[in-house]
Design a protein around this ligand. Structure first.
Ligand code: PGA
Length: 261
């Protein structure tokens, strides 16, 4: 895993989907067919998928099954979360630790707005999760974004600064930031391209005051095969974190093509 790349990042977040193992296999069949037909993406993009824990090993297996007679496609496996209480192992029923995940995945999401909202994850919890992940050798995709109320009150940039402040003095390189306005997630709404560029510029400037390493900034929130090109062309967008559209092999492949143009 390396962050030292000019490639664009296209990461799928499957959330708590799909319902069945068969659907994972079917996705892999369709998705790998698309990716085998057009290999330009390997030069231009870093592609990853974050399935639920129960599908992490399965996705790895299903992807390799589709590439039996040829080199495996470089698709990164990403976890959606890591345990807070320990990086290692222990008596924490229902949790999955960074050490366990690191045998399968290269990256993990931390701080997705659904984790903040439904599980009450605060700054202290998120910083510990980041440290756990990085101590276990996982790269972190740290998600930030303002709510609709904060957006309407003109507080977006201040909220982003506050969320970013927990990255202070994080020594490691393998970090991506995903800017995902909460009001854009799963709603079909997106900020204007000017708003996206403005937020990304601000995030990059703030990151420069907190850390010395360059940190790619991804956009997330209702990215689909129709708007991907426009978003790919936004100044400061180093890639995307895609929810709903990453479950459809065709749509997800089209989003990848948009970042190859
Ligand atoms: P969405 O989700 O693409 O379905 O809006 C994005 C995300 O939550 O990462």
């Amino acid at each position: 895993m390396t962050i030292l790349t000019n490639k664009k990042w296209v990461i799928g977040n499957w959330k708590m989907n799909p319902a069945s193992v068969d659907t994972v296999f079917e996705f892999c069949r369709l998705f790998t067919t698309q990716l085998k037909n057009n290999k330009v993406w390997q030069e231009k993009t870093m592609v990853g998928i974050a399935p639920s824990f129960v599908h992490l090993g399965l996705l790895d297996y299903a992807l390799s099954q589709e590439c039996q007679d040829e080199p495996e496609l470089p698709i990164m496996l990403v976890s959606q979360d890591v345990a807070y209480h320990t990086q290692a192992v222990g008596a924490f029923t229902g949790d999955v630790s960074a050490t366990q995940i690191s045998e399968l995945a290269e990256w993990t999401l931390v701080g997705h707005s659904e984790r903040r909202q439904y599980y009450g994850e605060n700054d202290q919890v998120l910083r510990t999760k980041i440290d756990n992940a990085q101590n276990a050798g996982l790269g972190v995709i740290f998600c930030i974004g303002e709510t609709k109320e904060q957006y309407q009150a003109g507080k977006t940039l201040a909220v982003l600064d506050e969320q970013l402040s927990i990255l202070k003095d994080l020594a490691v390189d393998n970090l991506l930031v995903a800017y995902e306005p909460v009001w854009a997630i799963g709603t079909g709404l997106t900020p204007t391209t000017a708003e996206i560029s403005n937020a990304h510029r601000h995030i990059t400037n703030t990151l420069a005051t907190l850390r010395t390493s360059a940190t790619p900034v991804l956009y997330g929130g209702s990215v689909n095969d129709k708007n991907a090109s426009e978003i790919a062309n936004c100044q400061g967008v180093d890639g995307v974190l895609v929810g709903g559209a990453s479950l459809k092999a065709d749509a997800f492949a089209h989003i990848i093509w948009a970042f190859c143009e």
